[in-house]
Write a protein that binds this ligand. Structure first.
Ligand code: TRP
Length: 327
């Protein structure tokens, strides 16, 4: 089974990204053929400073490798190393109704937030469908906000196959990342746009400070506390071992423990998870040639698959293929 997902390179990744998607991506590498790419063509719809786009693209690669993506097992590459996706985007745009794109809630949200209604933003879902279909992906693990985009990719595959009376494009399935919503330091969903994130790769001191700033209620230290309504506990339970979770839960219910102590315990677990990754990331950062080699080799592998599918696509719709020129 081929699993594919893309991550935009449009900012520093945070604990919400890790628990909501990256962790599942990395775990899937054991059991499936995994293609993960850094969606830098997509990022161009929001990041307009070249140096920042380059840095973010590199950061996503470093973050995945540091957190345990094994480049020998999973294919981690840059979207731009497979330029054929832009060709498939064009072809798919000819079988996609404008109305379908106009219903995209993510587009409407972005416009409502004040982003410029560029054609890139509008046809974002077509590029995303091309990403998925060009590798004949079986399963696409994504967060809830992306499910509509996967459904659009399914529609586009069907439209293409129907229009050209073929079975060239494979219908992908969405796999919802079942992770609980990860709250940010203010209790809202952790999101870059809310400014409430705990970054994955800050210094350990800055991370600790951020954790100590998590909003809690004013239940006094002696009183029993409800873990179910506490932001600190909500993050703790996503990271700690089951026995630790039960232990902290008991301390909440018993009373006599302040939120400061709970935050300290959370900070320790976060450090246990991120500390070694931070160290690996530091080493990778010092070896840019290695990271470049990983991305390039994976890009070549992915491109090989994409080129094969594109031969079939071009042939199905009557564009000239290498085969045709010998006819
Ligand atoms: N739009 C996705 C996001 O913002 C990123 C993405 C681009 C993607 N292409 C993809 C995800 C293809 C899955 C499959 O999260």
């Amino acid at each position: 089974m081929r699993v594919l997902s893309g991550v935009q390179s449009s900012g520093r990744l945070h604990l919400g990204n890790y628990l909501g998607a990256m962790k599942q991506h990395i775990e899937a590498q054991e059991a499936h053929e995994c293609f993960y790419f850094i969606a830098n063509y997509h990022s161009l719809t929001t990041v307009t400073e070249p140096d920042r786009l380059r840095a973010y693209t590199r950061d996503v690669a470093l973050d995945y490798l540091a957190l345990g993506l094994d480049p020998e097992t999973a294919c981690l590459f840059r979207q731009t190393d497979v330029p054929e996706v832009t060709e498939l985007t064009w072809i798919l745009s000819t079988v996609t109704g404008k109305g379908l794109l106009e219903r995209a809630t993510s587009y409407k949200d972005k416009i409502a937030k004040g982003l410029q209604a560029s054609m890139g933003l509008f046809s974002y879902p077509i590029l995303m469908a091309a990403d998925i279909l060009i590798y004949r992906s079986d399963v696409v693990p994504v967060g809830k906000d992306q499910v509509q985009h996967i459904e659009m990719a399914q529609d586009m595959a069907a439209s293409f196959n129907h229009m050209f009376e073929c079975e060239v494009l494979k219908r992908p399935e969405a796999k919802l990342n079942e992770a609980m919503i990860v709250p940010g330091v203010d209790g809202q969903k952790m999101s870059k746009s809310y400014g409430n994130t705990v970054e994955l790769f800050d210094s350990s001191k800055a991370t600790r400070k951020r954790i100590m700033s998590i909003k809690t209620d004013s239940t006094p230290l002696e009183a029993a506390k409800d873990p179910e309504t506490c932001n600190v506990f909500a993050i703790y339970r996503l990271l700690a071992a089951p026995a630790e979770v039960r232990g902290l839960e008991a301390q909440y219910r018993a009373g006599g423990m302040g939120y400061g102590e709970a935050k300290k315990q959370l900070a320790e677990v976060v450090e246990r998870v991120l500390g070694p990754a931070r160290e690996r990331r530091r080493r990778l950062e010092a070896d840019p040639d290695y990271v470049e080699d990983v991305l390039r080799a994976a890009g070549e592998k992915a491109r090989g698959v994409a080129q094969g599918v594109m031969e079939d696509v071009r042939s199905a719709c009557g564009l000239i293929t290498a085969k045709d020129t010998h006819r």
